[in-house]
Design a protein. Structure first.
Length: 570
């Protein structure tokens, strides 16, 4: 392998400082996808978005050339403004608090596929797409309440008009200032620019054969529940942000194999029938033991360790007793020996530093643990005797059977249940019996919305723009975390009308602290996940996506070292 690469030119990855073999064109890449992808309009959920990412595009995308310590590309959430660069909009400006002007990139062409037939993208296409997203499939600048859009987030903003003022300029106006508007216009999940002729001819993109975009790949084959093939767009407008002289994409063909079972896609990876498993296909490995076994059987594979958020935390429904008593919530936190649990469950690899909903990477948006007052810190130290004292004070003494009370944990089916089972053992030690229920995802979501639950999973330390997640504890969120708090709601409402980033940042900091000091969530470690690929896949550093569900775009920046692959016998 070393000999195969010895004579090849090398380049430095400017985002990591690592030397890699120089980009080359051609080849195929096969990756595993955990969930069935489904054709459909881009607002029909993540399965449709997963299929069309890299095919249809937005006005902006995360900047692939940005330092990974600044923005790590680890989520499918909307990217923060500082990490965005122009895509279909080459640039934008905001002359006043309610007006946004977008300068549409010239020389971008739709795929050479009927009915678009390779024509140039114009500002009219952008106007058409946003009218449809905001509730009007027609032309003009009025938005129809009689023809509502299924798109929720953008439609909730007070748009006054979206108008193409010339061939390459779009002006959007709001009725009142909204700080997050620009971010969502550029990168909201649903804010893709749709092909007008396709919508006019077919009404939607429910048939995969009708999906046309401006992106680096086109969909050339699809079998539901089995596979999907993306083929290189030879007339793509984009150049590699790391190596600007190189036109994208590098790889000729991307094949996604739908394989829900981990054992099956691991077998495919071991035999090189699959080149890549990881976040873009939701096939990342979440268990350290599984990753360790794979390393032992296939030491030649390349592993990337990363974490997006803590999936090992818990929410308590504070609208129900005994969780309405903060002492009970504090006791549940004190009862957990997270350091020992980390060693036993995660082999010491998880991050146990407590935090709220905001990730440590977002400086100024949260209070770092080292700055927490001792009164709060002490509840995060393992102290079962202190936990029992709190429960006694809360009027929950041990009964004749030694138990204090019983409760139910409603497990979310996509998260490994064994962590919850370990936590339940610790809680039993302080006299709290936890029955674990595993309803279907649909039932779990329905019960969460209805408030019909006691303990449930909660995500914390989310490595995404804080403005995206603060609504989770807002009482107006129907799927909220069991919290109805006027003080938090007032902070949230103030953040929605903040006029500067600094003002909003200060409010988010207060909101995050409110979550922490009220113990609305029980902190659990931020565990590692693993993306894995064969060494001939070059240019990958563990990234997950280019912003709001732009996950497949990652593959357009990777390349295949064909000589290395051949030298390794494949």
């Amino acid at each position: 392998e070393a000999a195969a690469a010895a004579d090849k030119p090398m380049v430095t990855d400017p985002t990591t400082g690592k030397m890699v073999t120089a980009p080359e064109y051609g080849g195929t890449l096969t990756h595993a996808i955990k969930f069935n992808l489904e054709p459909g309009d881009v607002w029909f959920g993540f399965r449709a978005l997963g299929m069309t990412s890299g095919v249809v595009e937005k006005l902006a995308m995360a900047d692939w050339a940005i330092d990974r310590d600044t923005y790590p590309f680890l989520t499918g959430y909307v990217a923060p403004l500082y990490a965005l660069r122009g895509a279909l909009a080459e640039s934008w400006e905001q002359p006043d608090a309610t007006t946004y002007i977008f300068h549409i990139r010239q020389g971008v062409h739709w795929h050479d596929k009927a009915p678009m037939n390779g024509r140039e993208l114009t500002a009219d296409d952008v106007e058409h797409s946003f009218h449809r997203l905001l509730g009007n499939k027609l032309t003009g600048t009025q938005f129809s309440e009689a023809d509502p859009s299924p798109s929720g987030t953008l439609k909730a903003f007070p748009f006054e008009s979206v108008e193409a003022t010339d061939k390459y300029t779009v002006v959007m106006k709001l009725k009142e200032p909204k700080l997050r508007a620009l971010n969502l216009i550029l990168d909201d999940w649903n804010a893709v620019i749709q092909p007008p002729e396709v919508i006019e001819q077919y009404g939607d993109m429910q048939d995969w054969r009708n999906i046309v975009g401006t992106g680096p790949y086109t969909i050339t084959d699809f079998t539901k529940g089995s596979s999907i093939t993306w083929t290189k767009n030879p007339n793509y407008w984009g150049y590699d942000e790391k190596y600007p002289e190189n036109r994208l994409p590098y790889i000729d063909e991307i094949t996604g194999l739908v394989i829900p079972e981990e054992a099956t896609f691991l077998a495919g990876l071991r035999t090189a029938k699959i080149d890549f498993i990881g976040w873009p296909g939701a096939t990342q490995l979440n268990e350290i033991e599984t990753a360790d076994r794979l390393r032992e059987t296939n030491p030649e594979l390349v592993f990337h360790t990363w974490s997006e958020r803590s999936n090992a935390s818990f929410a308590m429904n504070t609208n129900k007793p005994p969780w309405d008593d903060i002492r009970v919530r504090q006791a549940m936190q004190m009862a957990l020996d997270l350091e020992t649990m980390n060693d036993a469950f995660y082999k010491g690899a998880a991050d146990t530093i407590p935090r709220g909903i905001v990730a440590l990477e977002f400086k100024g948006y949260h209070v770092p643990f080292e700055e927490w007052p001792e009164e709060i810190k002490r509840y995060h130290r393992y102290d079962p005797a202190g936990a029992e004292k709190l429960l006694d004070e809360a009027g929950l003494p041990r009964g004749a059977d030694g138990m204090r009370f019983k409760t139910t944990y409603m497990h979310f089916p996509q998260i490994e249940v064994s962590w919850a089972e370990l936590v339940a053992e610790y809680w039993r030690d302080i006299g709290v019996v936890v029955d674990i229920e595993t309803p279907s995802m649909a039932e779990s979501n329905a019960r969460r919305r209805a408030g019909d639950w006691e303990i449930g999973p909660q995500v914390l330390g989310i490595k995404a723009d804080p403005s995206i997640n603060m609504h989770l504890y807002w009482s107006g969120n129907p799927g909220n975390t069991g919290v109805s708090d006027p003080e938090y709601d007032a902070l949230y409402e103030a953040a929605q009308v903040a006029t500067t980033i600094e003002e909003q940042k200060a409010l988010f900091r207060q909101m995050d602290w409110r979550i922490i000091e009220q113990f609305w969530a029980i902190w659990g470690p931020l565990a590692p996940a693993f993306s894995v690929h064969w060494p001939w896949v070059i240019g990958y550093s563990g990234e997950g996506g280019f912003g709001g569900m732009q996950n497949m775009v990652v593959f357009s920046r990777l390349w295949i070292d064909s000589e290395l692959k051949k030298a390794m016998g494949y």
